[in-house]
Each structure stands twice: as structure tokens, then as C-alpha cells.
Design a protein. Structure first.
Length: 156
């Protein structure tokens, strides 16, 4: 009787393993359409940008900046007043894809300080890559609702 129970358990577990293996998923994330036009080209997915010139993050999903004021983290739809003249189009942006990137502010400030004042990065707005034609604000953006008008050539 014990042999029958052991065989039954092995038989059932063999099917469980195959079923679990069949449930493996591949997650591929894309958020090209939600990236700002001042973001750098070459990325299909961006969670945060770190802006070394202003020592702040930009969180793409909520379109908010995160910066420190003293020891307090501030979430805002704009940069602090002292950076009101900062040009997001020309400043360097570091793509950071890790949860709660702002928790590593001190590390990122040291790691990316060499990018301060660097203006060599190509941005989405100036790109001719058709992947970015769906980014609102791109010169070749086409509104899927039929309200916008696409300019130029490429996939529309």
C-alpha cells in the first residue's frame, strides 16, 4: 500500500512540475510613449532619470521630479525655484531602472558627478528614430485619436 501511495505522489508531482514550468513568463516592458521629449534616446523603458546638474530624479510614470530639501524628499511636477532656468533639453540624463532610485541619492551623486555640465546627449525630440514618433511632443508625433498631424516621413 505504501508503494502505491508513493507512486501516486510521484505521479502527481511530476505533472505539477511540468505545469509550473509551462507557466514561465517573459516580461518585456516598454514605455516609450510616456518618456519626455527631453529624455535621451536609446531606451525602450525608463523608470527614473537622474539629473546630475540639479541633483534630482525624474520619475517617468508620474512625471514628477524628486529632490532633497534638507533631509526631506520633495515630489514635485517642477524643479525647485533655484533651477527655474535649467534647460532639461541640454542637461545630461542618466537612466536609472531600479525601484525607488532616490534611496541611492548619495551614491548616484558621487557616481554621476562627472556628467555635470555635459551637453553631448542626443534627446528624443531631436531623434529621427521612428520608435519615438509616438512620444507626445516629438516633431513627428501622431495623435492616435486623429486630432494631431504627423510631420515628416516614417512609420505613422
Amino acid at each position: 500500500m505504501k508503494k502505491l501511495i508513493v507512486c501516486a505522489v510521484l505521479f502527481v508531482s511530476a505533472f505539477s512540475v511540468k505545469e509550473a514550468a509551462a507557466q514561465v513568463r517573459v516580461n518585456v516592458n516598454f514605455n516609450i510613449g510616456s518618456q519626455p521629449v527631453w529624455g535621451p534616446i536609446g531606451y525602450d523603458y525608463v523608470e527614473y532619470y537622474y539629473l546630475p546638474d540639479v541633483e534630482a530624479y525624474y520619475y517617468v510614470p508620474t512625471r514628477q521630479f524628486i529632490y532633497l530639501s534638507g533631509s526631506r524628499g520633495i515630489y514635485s511636477y517642477s524643479l525647485p525655484p533655484r533651477y527655474r532656468n535649467y534647460d532639461l533639453y541640454s542637461g545630461y540624463k542618466v537612466v536609472v531602472n531600479r525601484p525607488r532610485a532616490y534611496r541611492y541619492f548619495n551614491d548616484d551623486r558621487v557616481r554621476y558627478r562627472s556628467y555635470r555640465g555635459n551637453h553631448s546627449q542626443m534627446i528624443i525630440r531631436n531623434s529621427n528614430d521612428s520608435r519615438y514618433y509616438e512620444v507626445k511632443g516629438h516633431p513627428k508625433y501622431k495623435d492616435r485619436g486623429g486630432h494631431g498631424k504627423a510631420k515628416g516621413r516614417g512609420r505613422h
